[in-house]
Design a protein around this ligand. Structure first.
Ligand code: 2HA
Ligand code: ZN
Length: 272
């Protein structure tokens, strides 16, 4: 009998390294106090058939809502209560690989250690389920607590997707180019709840980045680095906005004409 050692899979480990790299960025950016934030990445395509069949390390865990688009899929998920600064150093001591059951109703932890997944796992899985059902190849769900972007959600006029998108887009051209679908907003909900997940899914129909009022950001994407980059670019825009306000002036922002002038050269789709 041969023993499978997941660390011998160089393609998987390259992806785990990228997740660890982003976890480190979240910490150094100041977006991940204590155990703030969580990451889940669909790594099924990096695994061999044998690796996908790895035995369970502990009893199956039932899911409150089934995820039929994810049957048999394997995810790397950061662990509950784990800190991003430690995920960066040792992703398999602070997260694990889980496999969704064939009926989509439960999951098993299959590698590398029996680390229980984030409290936000049920909502991450519903989001993965939703984006797969919509035919999008978004393997990543990333949740984090960027100080400046959360700060904006404490201001009532910004709790409007069009207003917030327009304000952030208009600070630098890159923002519209990198976040072409703009941002969605979910009014305050208790963290970790399915109510928060369902409200987020409604926003994911139109956006890849969603603001959770007075809590944080949730982004979906094809790639963990790109997911980080989108949030980082929005954060840059928020910093420009706040710096201008602190210097005592309302930033002018790019004009509609300047923003619309990006659409053709950068092949941007129009949303909204
Ligand atoms: O993982 O950020 O929203 C801790 C959180 C919950
Ligand atoms: Zn959070």
């Amino acid at each position: 009998m041969t023993t499978i050692t997941i660390r011998n899979n160089t393609r998987l480990m390259a992806e785990i390294d990228r997740i660890a790299e982003v976890a480190g960025y979240l910490w150094t950016k100041g977006w991940a106090e204590r155990n703030g934030g969580n990451i889940s990445v669909n790594v099924s395509s990096f695994l061999t058939d044998d690796e996908r069949e790895l035995p369970s390390l502990c009893p199956s865990v039932p899911l409150a809502e089934e995820v039929t688009e994810l049957c048999g899929h394997v995810f790397y998920v950061t662990g509950t209560g784990k800190r991003m600064r430690y995920v960066a150093k040792d992703p398999f001591a602070n997260g694990s690989l889980i496999r969704i059951a064939a009926d989509g109703k439960s999951y098993d932890i299959i590698a590398e250690q029996a680390i229980a997944p984030t409290s936000e796992l049920p909502s991450h899985l519903l989001m993965h389920n939703f984006v797969r059902r919509s035919g999008r190849d978004n393997r990543v769900v990333l949740h984090t607590h960027p100080t400046d972007l959360i700060g904006m959600t404490h201001c009532k006029p910004f709790l409007n997707s069009e207003v917030l998108t327009r304000t952030l887009w208009s600070m630098i051209p890159e923002c519209r180019i990198i976040v072409p679908k703009g941002v969605g907003i979910v009014p305050y909900e208790i963290p970790g709840t399915l109510a928060l997940a369902h409200a987020t899914i409604e926003q994911l129909a139109h956006h890849d980045v969603v603001f959770w009022e007075k809590h944080g950001i949730l982004a979906v994407g094809e790639d963990v680095i790109e997911c980080f980059d989108a949030i980082d670019t929005l954060s840059k825009s928020a910093q420009i906005y706040f710096n201008a306000r602190m210097a005592g002036f309302e930033p002018e922002g790019m004009t509609d004409e300047q923003l619309d002038g990006l659409v053709e050269p950068f092949g941007l789709e129009i949303y909204g």
